[in-house]
Design a protein around this ligand. Structure first.
Ligand code: SF4
Ligand code: NI
Ligand code: NI
Length: 713
C-alpha cells in the first residue's frame, strides 16, 4: 500500500459511512428536516467556508455530499491526497452535524463536541498577543496514560491550547487530570470524526478575523497555514481514516507528528515538514513546536507552582481554597507608584504582616501590594497601565484566582498551591518578574511591598491608594479628544485580521475594551516600532463625523490600502472596522429609530432579530459595515458615542446586565448632553422586549428621545 492507497481508502470509507448516515436520516425524517450545529452563524462552517454554500436541511446535505465527491479525485498526485483529506473532513462535519439533530446534546462532560462562535472570538485576543502561542490536536491514546498526560501538561504549561480526541481523553480521566475550556485543555470527543470541531475553529477564525470569503478555498488554506499555529499529534496505531484526516490537516497547513514508524514506513508516507515521525513521546512537544515554528516566551519566575496563561481562567472553589483576600469585605488594594531610583532596591520583596501559613484554612483577610518602580522614561501615566495587567499576571499562577482591580480585588489561593509552598512573597515575585520583563523599556528598578497587616491595609488604602485613584479619574474624565494633540493606531489584531486598524482616542477606546488612549500611548513609548503609532489630527475634513485627512492617511497606510477612510463618531458614514474581538456590537433597529447594543456575554435575542454571535458575523473581518459597529463597553457612556447620529440618545436597548454596568456613567452623560435624568430607565432590555414592536411600545410609554430624532436611514 502507498500513502495514496491509504488516504483514498480512508476517504472512501468515511464517505460511505456518511452517505449511509445521510440516507438513513432522510428515510427516517424526510429531506426537508432541518440540520444545524448550535451557536454558529456559519452552519455548516467547514463546508460553507470551502464551498460558499450553507447547508440547512438533510436534502441540502445530500446535495453537498455530491459536491464533496468531486473533490475525491484519484490520480496519484499529492494534491489528490490533500483534497481527499479535505473531503474526509467535510464528511466528518456532516456525520457530527447529524448527531445534533432535533436539538440533541450528543456530548457530555468532559467532552465538548462542537464549539460555539463565542469560544473562537474569545480565543482571538490571546492568539493575537501570543498568550496562546499554538493549538495542539492530540489524537488517540498515548502508549501509557502518564506519557499522555505529561504531553498535555507540557503544552498547557506553555500556554498552548490543547484539544483532545479519542483515547487520550480516557487517559486524562484515568489520572484525574483536570480538563476544560477554562484551563485550555478541551476534550472534543471520542470518535475520530469529532476532530472536525477543532478544524471548524480554525476555519471560522479565517471567516471571523480574516475576512476570508466563503467559497475561497485557496484563501482559506493560505490563512490557516499562515495564521493558525495548529498541529496534530497522532498516536500509533494509525488507521486509514486517521491518515485521511491527517491529510486534511496537512492541507490546511497543520503538520502531523506521530510515533507510528511502521505505518509511515509501510506507505512510504513521509511528507517533508508535514508528516513527521517522532518515536519518543517526550519529544513530541519540541518536535511539534519546531515543525510549526512556534516560539514560546519564557518567563522565569521564582515560585513553587506553574505560571502559564492556560491557568488564567482557572476557578478556585470555596472548598479548595486555603485563604481568601476579599476587597469587598475588608481593606485591600493594588497600586503602582513611581519613585526615584535612589529609593528603590531592585528585586526587593517585603512582606509586611503575617504570612499565609498563620491564617486559618478558608479564612478571609486584607491584602495590599505596592509595586514601586523607577526609570528614566517612566511616567506616572503608565502606572494604571501596569496595574491593569496585574489581574492577568496573578491569574497565570496555577492555583491562584484574582478578580477585580484597584481597591476592589479578590484573591483566592488553593490548598494545593499553598501546600506546594506558595506564600505572600510569591505574589511580589510574580509582579516583579512580569513588570520588569514586559516594561523593560521604562522600568529600570522595581521593588514590591506586600501588606497583610490589616491595620496597615486600612491606612494605606484610604490614605495612599484611594487618593491616587481619585486623582487619576479626574485626569481621565478631563481628557477629551479635543484636549490631546494626537491619537494612536492599534494594529495588534492584524495577526488575525490583516486589514483591521483601531484608531484609539481619549473618548473612544479600542473595541476590545483593553486598549485606552493611555494604554496606546504607553505601548507606543515602550515600543516605538510596535503596534501603536502616533496619528496626528490636524487636517479636519468633517468635524461632525470626526473625519481627518491625517487619520485617513494613517488608516490607509496601516491597513495596507484595504481601508480608504474612517470616521471616529459615526456608525453610518465610514464607520470604524472591527476585527472580531469587540466587547459589544451595536446595530441599527429601524422601527425605533435607534440602536441596540449586545455584549459578548449576552446569549439571548436582540430586537434586531439577531443574537450577539449573529451580529458579530456581520461585523468582523476588518471591513466597514455601515449600520453595525463593534466597540468597547466603556465607549457606551462616551460623549462621542455615535455623536454624528445624535449621541447616546440613540440607544434604545441593551441587555440588563450591561445596562447596569454602564448606568452610572451613561446617566451622567445623558444628563449633561440632553438634561435627561435616569436615562437608562428609558432603555429597553431583554426583560422588557426581545422584538421591535414590544420595544417600540415601551419606548413610546417612556418618551424615549430617539423616537423624535431625525430618521437614521
Ligand atoms: Fe485589537 Fe483594536 Fe484592541 Fe488593538 S485596540 S488589540 S487592534 S481590538
Ligand atoms: Ni489561576
Ligand atoms: Ni481584535
Amino acid at each position: 500500500m502507498t500513502l495514496f492507497d491509504v488516504v483514498f481508502a480512508g476517504n472512501d470509507a468515511v464517505f460511505g459511512m456518511t452517505e449511509k448516515a445521510i440516507d438513513d436520516a432522510i428515510a427516517a425524517n424526510g429531506a426537508d428536516k432541518a440540520v444545524a450545529l448550535p451557536d454558529t452563524a456559519y452552519s455548516l462552517p467547514c463546508y460553507y467556508a470551502v464551498t460558499g454554500t450553507k447547508v440547512g436541511n438533510l436534502g441540502e446535505m445530500k446535495a453537498a455530499l455530491g459536491v464533496v465527491k468531486t473533490l475525491m479525485t484519484r490520480e496519484k498526485r499529492l494534491n489528490d491526497v490533500f483534497m481527499s483529506g479535505v473531503a474526509t473532513a467535510l464528511c466528518a462535519e456532516f456525520i457530527e452535524t447529524l448527531k445534533y439533530m432535533d436539538g440533541a446534546k450528543p456530548y457530555e462532560a468532559p467532552c465538548y463536541g462542537h464549539l460555539a462562535d463565542a469560544v473562537i472570538r474569545e480565543l482571538g485576543v490571546p492568539l493575537v498577543t501570543g498568550d496562546i502561542p499554538g493549538v495542539a490536536v492530540i489524537l488517540g491514546a498515548a502508549p501509557t496514560a502518564q506519557e499522555g498526560v505529561d504531553l498535555v501538561k507540557s503544552y498547557q504549561a506553555q500556554g498552548i491550547l490543547v484539544t483532545l480526541v479519542g483515547g487520550i481523553i480516557d487517559q486524562c480521566e484515568e489520572l484525574g487530570y483536570k480538563t476544560g475550556a477554562n484551563v485550555r485543555v478541551i476534550p472534543l470527543g471520542k470518535d475520530v470524526t469529532s476532530v472536525i470541531h477543532v478544524v471548524s475553529v480554525a476555519i471560522r477564525a479565517a471567516l471571523i478575523f480574516g475576512n476570508i470569503q466563503p467559497g475561497d478555498a485557496a484563501g482559506l488554506m493560505k490563512y490557516t497555514m499562515e495564521r493558525v499555529p495548529a498541529f496534530v499529534n497522532a498516536f500509533a496505531p494509525l488507521n486509514e481514516v486517521i491518515v485521511a484526516c491527517g491529510a486534511g490537516a496537512i492541507a490546511l497547513g497543520f503538520p502531523v507528528i506521530t510515533n507510528d514508524q511502521p505505518t509511515v514506513d509501510a506507505v512510504n508516507g513521509r511528507v517533508p515538514k508535514s508528516l513527521i515521525v517522532q518515536e519518543d513521546i517526550s519529544k513530541f512537544n519540541a518536535t511539534s513546536l519546531e515543525a510549526r515554528d512556534i516560539k514560546i516566551k519564557i518567563t522565569n519566575i521564582d515560585i513553587p507552582v506553574a505560571f502559564a496563561s492556560a491557568f488564567e481562567g482557572e476557578i478556585i472553589r470555596r472548598g479548595d481554597m486555603q485563604v481568601e483576600f476579599d476587597g469587598s469585605r475588608v481593606d485591600c488594594f493594588e497600586l503602582v507608584q513611581t519613585k526615584e531610583a535612589s529609593e528603590i532596591e531592585d528585586h526587593k520583596i517585603e512582606v509586611i504582616g503575617p504570612d499565609i501559613d498563620t491564617f486559618e484554612v478558608g479564612s478571609k483577610h486584607s491584602i495590599g501590594y505596592v509595586v514601586e518602580v523607577a526609570g528614566k522614561s517612566m511616567q506616572t501615566d503608565f502606572e494604571s497601565v501596569f496595574e491593569r495587567k496585574f489581574h492577568s499576571y496573578l491569574n497565570c499562577v496555577e492555583g491562584l484566582m484574582h478578580t477585580g482591580q484597584r481597591d476592589m480585588i479578590r484573591i483566592r489561593i488553593s490548598k494545593d498551591t499553598f501546600n506546594a509552598g506558595f506564600r505572600a512573597k510569591h505574589i511580589g515575585e510574580v509582579l516583579y518578574a512580569k513588570v520588569k520583563n514586559e516594561f523593560a523599556a521604562v522600568v529600570d528598578k522595581c521593588q514590591v511591598k506586600v501588606y497583610t497587616d490589616a491595620e496597615k491595609c486600612t491606612e494605606l488604602r484610604h490614605n495612599l491608594a484611594i487618593p491616587v485613584f481619585d486623582k487619576r479619574d479626574e485626569r481621565l474624565t478631563s481628557m477629551t479628544d479635543e484636549s490631546v494633540d494626537v491619537y494612536y493606531s492599534c494594529i495588534m489584531c492584524q495577526a488575525f485580521s490583516p486589514s483591521h486598524v483601531c484608531v484609539v482616542t481619549p473618548e473612544r477606546l479600542g473595541l476590545c475594551g483593553a486598549v485606552s488612549w493611555l494604554d496606546a500611548k504607553a505601548t507606543n513609548e515602550l515600543d516605538p516600532q510596535g503596534p501603536c503609532q502616533i496619528i496626528t489630527k490636524e487636517k479636519v475634513i468633517d468635524e461632525r463625523i470626526g473625519e481627518y485627512e491625517d487619520v485617513n492617511e494613517a488608516v490607509r497606510k496601516f491597513s495596507q490600502g484595504a481601508l480608504e477612510d474612517v470616521s471616529l463618531y459615526s456608525i453610518i458614514e465610514k464607520p470604524m472596522t472591527s476585527c472580531g474581538c469587540f466587547e459589544c456590537i451595536c446595530g441599527i433597529e429601524p422601527l425605533s429609530n435607534g440602536v441596540c447594543i449586545a455584549n459578548r456575554e449576552y446569549a439571548g435575542m436582540t430586537p434586531i432579530g439577531m443574537t450577539f454571535s449573529e451580529l458579530a458575523s456581520m461585523t468582523g473581518g476588518g471591513v466597514q459595515t455601515p449600520g453595525f459597529m463593534g466597540h468597547g463597553k466603556h465607549f457606551i457612556a462616551s460623549k462621542k458615542f455615535m455623536k454624528a447620529e445624535g449621541g447616546v440618545a440613540r440607544i434604545v436597548w441593551m441587555p440588563k446586565e450591561l445596562k447596569e454596568t454602564v448606568a452610572e456613567r451613561l446617566n451622567e452623560t445623558a444628563k449633561e448632553l440632553y438634561g435627561i435624568e435616569n436615562f437608562t430607565d428609558m432603555i429597553g432590555d431583554e426583560t422588557v422586549a426581545e422584538d421591535p414592536e414590544t420595544l417600540l411600545a415601551f419606548l413610546e410609554e417612556k418618551g424615549h428621545p430617539a423616537l423624535t430624532m431625525e430618521p437614521m436611514m
